[in-house]
Ligand binder design. Structure first.
Ligand SMILES: Nc1ncnc2c1ncn2[C@@H]1O[C@H](COP(=O)(O)OP(=O)(O)OP(=O)(O)O)[C@@H](O)[C@H]1O
Ligand SMILES: [Mg+2]
Length: 1045
């Protein structure tokens, strides 16, 4: 069950499944262990979880954290978000849950919090504290100002780690100081400041490192990463093997550490925190001078030391800003004030080197303290007008040091510190348990536990405690030594149950104890301490003349570190142990005033390896971290407790009355539920807001029932859900369709309305225009007028006359009458023009003839209309019709037209066939081969025809002269054509008389009359009265029409 996490519900689901998957991954809260007193069960649970990379487990509200020694994907921003504001128990255990819980308690209850992180070196304390800090930096509200503080809080770590951490055998980045850090939050919950307290820096590391260990990181970072320029100025070489203080451990390089990139990070961090260039320079001067100090060598005969390395002194005097000669003097002599007089005595070689080391340690140690103060100044909450802020404290302090080798003075202090913390832990845990029982109204059943107050007293009690005795030995005049101190201890606390020395021990113990050792029976186990160095370390003395030289330093940092007041202060400074005791007391006070949370770190193996579970090592840590004790206290009464609401929410499905919803009070719901589940009275208790369950097995039975029930519910829920999701999908589609429809309908309706509006407007305009149509052009009628014009013109375009004879023409509106007339004329002209263009010469000639015919006969002679459609021919007699003799007679005279006619004699009106030939200047009547009569056009007086439809006509020729034959009566079947030709040839168009009645004529000197009478057919004959009677047939045209049915 890996941390594959999906949303907070996902985590919740996982946490719950983790509870049911307990066989494989163990329980996530040790209180749920059935056999809670069994260490084996405890370790087994740890192992199961560790195997699954579940490094966090709770004991109630205490978080047990295993160092995975590998990067787990559980510290992302998503994870932070997931733990934000979520109930502690609802998600899988995590360091973020602890951080969030403290933060929320601080916000809601307004009480300061502290998170105590403990564990042995390399167990992951510092990492845990950084994770918490990061969690706050990401999840807490922020503003620009807050961001600066957040950055500074985060960046304080690389700086402090560079100066206070070192590679040890146990941990490549071991914190060599204790650290308590306050994060201050304003009323909005934003981090606005911080404060750091440091404890007991391991100064001895500056001058000496065990094999395989290193000095503090900063030295290597400077040498590896420092720019050439900088190193030159500091007089350093890029080779750590050149420096005595760096070669002792024979471990210049560590694979997990990149000094060069760390150097960059530290420099950046220093700037973020607010160090200026000068301060950084001075700080580095000090670091460099410590390295130079290490290389100061002594020589000399007769037991007095003198310095053999002058270059070092030169560098030192420059870097520290002190007088070289004075420094040399101070490093080789000691000054004592006795009875107001200064006594200077030379040091031997051993004393001189320890003076040098003491100076190095003092300079480094005080600079470290200065650094912490400087960081504090940068983190200080500036805007503290109201002074009101809440605090979360983070304590990252060395755990018990229980090594196989004997402990020294520092380990003694550290273990003492842990005894104090354990005491606080027991007290506060018990107290909080008790408080909870009280708050819930449940009777408290006293718990048996080991109270380690007795050990704390052994160490710290006034006058009788180990520290007091140590101080006494340090201060007493005479030959006090580490061994006299041990003897004194035997004398004073020799009878104490937790104290043993070689002398006091039984035979068995004696074998494993040196004569210069004492043993303390700590709550976590027995530890032997070697007394060598106790007095010196406790005194922590720096010779007066060295202090004086330092007080004169021009280096501003050292100037603050070495105060002149110190020199005038006659009283001895407090010993290291007493200072530490005081600072611990203060720390306890700080922690007591806050609500604590605990993170207990465990390292799984000594090899810094991932996945290796070293059971012996772990059992050891479980023991001295007091985890079994802790579990026992937590489980004393009830193994499990939950708010009614949470409990009901989880298990309500197991009881018909509470499923799916319980309407009443939650407590009653839970009561109903547990009754249904058959809980026995001794198995549980109902508190004010929580149910308390005594045994894990009760809970597990419930949990198993839930698992079974879940399958049933799941099926139901699935079906329900599927139905629901389909329904909602359908609903969604439907709604979408409706929206579409509505939208589309809207568009259509709008379009329709628009069209209607336009139509109405048009009609309205039309009507108005119609009303105003006779007025001058004005806005009311312009549309109408335009429209009428337009429609007339359009209509005209479609209905133009098709040909010249087509006389149709659309009726124009009043406004366009004139234009219409113009157009009509134009149109006609155009048609005529087009027509004319198309006429051939023959046709033109034909038309001209027809024109003449029309002028003469139109509306005057009845058979004229019948002649109109018939084309005139050029002649009706061709060459072969003409007698050759006639042709000969005519000679050159050209015949223009010839036609067969009938001539009526004067005598008897006999009809005789003749030919009428028209030439240029005469009309000639021909009989066979003879020219019977020539009538020159000039003599032709006129031509008469009747108005009827007969073919008779009379050519009036002169008859005065007897030679002249006079008028001729002729009949032509083509009378219109014949007469037209004659009229044209002889230019006689005006001389054709069309008479209504009879025609008179004169021939051969005698007059004749032709009468025209209507009849059925043409009949020409002499009538009784001697007239030529012509029965005029009815107009054949009319006839025809009449004969139509
Ligand atoms: N949660 C974690 N995830 C991954 N690695 C971790 C975790 N915690 C610790 N480690 C690894 O273990 C190393 C040691 O951790 P850390 O420095 O926090 O120990 P410590 O308890 O502070 O030890 P010391 O007391 O020596 O300072 C880290 O450098 C890191 O490599
Ligand atoms: Mg650490």
């Amino acid at each position: 069950l890996k941390y594959i996490v999906v949303g907070s519900d996902g985590v919740r689901a996982m946490m719950e499944s983790a509870l049911t998957a307990r066989d494989r991954v163990g329980v996530q809260d040790f209180v749920l262990l059935e056999n809670y007193t069994s260490e084996a069960a405890f370790i087994e649970n740890l192992r199961k979880r560790f195997k699954e990379n579940l490094i966090y487990t709770y004991i109630g509200s205490v978080l047990v954290s295993m160092n995975p020694y590998r990067d787990l994907e559980i510290y992302t921003k998503n994870h932070m978000e997931r733990y934000r504001g979520v109930n502690f128990y609802e998600v899988s255990p995590h360091i973020y849950a602890v951080g969030d819980n403290s933060y929320r308690s601080m916000r809601t209850e307004g009480k300061d919090q502290c998170i105590l992180i403990s564990g042995e070196s390399g167990a992951g304390k510092t990492e845990a504290s950084k994770k918490i800090l990061q969690y706050y930096a990401v999840t807490c509200p922020a503003s620009d100002k807050v961001q600066t503080i957040k950055d500074r809080l985060l960046q304080s770590n690389p700086v402090l780690e560079a100066f206070g951490n070192a590679k040890t055998l146990r941990n490549d980045n071991s914190s060599r100081f204790g650290k308590y850090m306050d994060i201050q939050f304003d009323f909005k919950g934003a981090p606005v400041g911080g404060h750091i307290i440091n404890y007991l820096l391991e100064k001895s590391r500056v001058v000496h490192q065990n094999h395989g260990e290193r000095n503090f990181h900063i030295f290597y970072q400077l040498i590896e990463g420092g720019e050439e320029d900088l190193l030159r100025r500091l007089g350093l070489e890029r080779n750590s093997q050149q420096y005595q203080f760096l070669v002792k451990g024979n471990c210049p390089k560590v694979s997990s550490i990149n000094d060069r990139s760390e150097w960059k990070a530290v420099k950046k961090a220093l700037t973020v925190i607010g160090f200026n260039e000068d301060e950084i320079e001075e700080l580095l001067n000090i670091i460099a001078s410590v390295l130079h100090l290490g290389n100061v060598q002594y020589g000399g005969e007769d037991g007095t030391a003198c310095i053999t390395t002058d270059t070092q002194i030169k560098y030192l005097s420059r870097l520290l800003g002190v007088n070289g000669a004075l420094l040399t003097e101070a490093l080789t002599h000691k000054k004592i004030i006795a009875k107001g007089e200064e006594l200077v005595s030379p040091l031997n070689l051993e004393q001189a080197s320890s003076a040098r080391d003491a100076l190095s340690k003092a300079v480094y140690g005080r600079t470290f303290t200065w650094l912490v103060n400087k960081i504090n100044a940068s983190l200080a909450y500036k805007d503290d007008s109201s002074k009101h802020y809440s605090v979360i404290g983070l304590l990252d302090i060395y755990g018990f040091e229980v090594s196989k080798t004997t402990g020294n003075f520092e380990q003694f202090c550290i273990n003492y510190c842990n005894e104090k913390l354990q005491q606080l832990f027991i007290e506060l845990t018990l107290k909080s348990e008790q408080d909870e029982y009280e708050a819930e109204g449940i009777t408290w059943e006293p718990v048996q536990y080991f109270n380690n107050k007795i050990i704390c007293d052994l160490v710290e009690e006034k006058f009788k405690g180990i520290i007091s005795i140590l101080d006494e030995e340090c201060l007493r005049p005479g030959d006090a030594s580490d061994i006299t101190f041990l003897e004194k201890l035997e004398g004073t606390v020799g009878g104490h149950a937790h104290f043993v020395t070689h002398k006091l021990a039984d035979g068995k113990t004696r074998k494993v104890m040196g004569r210069d050792e004492f043993r303390l029976l700590h709550y976590a186990g027995e530890v032997n301490y070697n007394v060598n160095g106790f007095l010196d370390k406790n005194n922590d003395l720096l010779f007066r003349n060295l202090k004086e030289v330092m007080c004169m330093s021009e280096n501003k940092i050292l100037n603050q570190c070495f105060d002149r007041e110190e020199l005038s202060d006659k009283k001895r400074p407090e010993t290291a142990a007493t200072q530490f005791k005081a600072s611990l007391a203060k720390l306890m006070e700080i922690l007591m005033s806050k609500e604590p949370s605990y993170v207990r770190c465990i390292k799984p193996n000594d090899a810094k390896q991932a996945g290796r579970f070293d059971e012996v090592l772990i059992r050891h840590q479980v023991k001295y971290l007091g985890l079994m004790e802790n579990l026992r206290v937590r489980r004393a009464g009830f193994s499990y407790r939950r708010h009614y609401e949470v409990f009901l929410r989880r298990y309500k499905s197991l009881c018909p009355e509470t499923w799916p919803n319980w309407q009443g009070k939650k407590q009653d719901g839970v009561a109903t539920l547990v009754k249904h589940l058959g809980y026995k009275p001794e198995e549980y208790k109902m508190g004010r807001s929580k149910i308390f369950i005594r045994f894990p097995k009760t809970l597990f039975a419930t949990e198993d029932a839930l698992e079974t029930r879940k399958h049933g519910i799941a099926t139901k829920l699935q079906a329900g859900w599927r139905g629901y999701s389909q329904k909602s999908k359908y609903q969604k589609l439907r709604n979408a369709a409706i929206v579409f429809q509505a939208y589309w309908r809207g568009i259509l309706a709008r379009r329709r309305a628009q069209r209607k509006r336009q139509a109405a407007n048009t009609i309205r305009r039309f009507i108005k225009g119609f009303i105003y149509r006779r007025k001058e052009r004005c806005p009311e009628n312009e549309y109408f007028l335009d429209y009428v014009r337009y429609s007339f013109l359009m209509n005209l375009r479609r209905n133009l006359p098709k040909n010249i004879l087509d006389k149709s023409w659309p009726t124009p509106p009043a406004a366009l009458v004139e234009a219409s007339d113009h157009l009509r004329t134009l149109c006609m002209q155009n048609m005529v023009w087009n027509y004319c263009k198309k006429i051939s010469p023959e046709w033109k000639h034909q038309l001209e003839q027809k024109m003449v015919a029309s002028e003469i006969f139109k509306d005057k002679k009845d058979n004229y209309p019948q002649s109109v459609p018939k084309l005139f021919v050029s002649t009706r007699l061709n060459g072969e019709d003409i007698n050759p003799k006639v042709a000969q007679c005519l000679g050159s005279e050209k015949m223009k037209y010839g036609v067969s006619v009938t001539k009526y004699d004067r005598k008897g009106y006999k009809a005789r066939p003749r030919q009428l030939l028209l030439t240029n200047d005469s009309a000639i009547i021909v009989e066979e081969g003879k020219l019977k009569q020539r009538i020159e056009y000039g003599t032709l007086k006129g031509i008469s025809v009747s108005s009827l439809s007969d073919g008779l006509f009379v050519l009036h020729a002169p008859s005065d002269d007897n030679k002249q034959k006079g008028d001729v009566v002729l009949q032509s079947d083509h009378v219109i054509e014949t007469l037209t030709k004659l009229a044209i040839c002889g230019d006689k168009a005006n001389n054709v008389n069309i008479t209504q009645g009879s025609i008179k004529f004169t021939a051969h000197g005698k007059e004749g009359i032709i009468d025209f009478t209507p009849g059925s057919e043409l009949l020409v004959a002499k009538s009784k009265n001697g007239h030529l009677s012509v029965l005029k047939p009815l107009n054949p045209h009319l006839n025809q029409r009449r004969s139509l049915p």
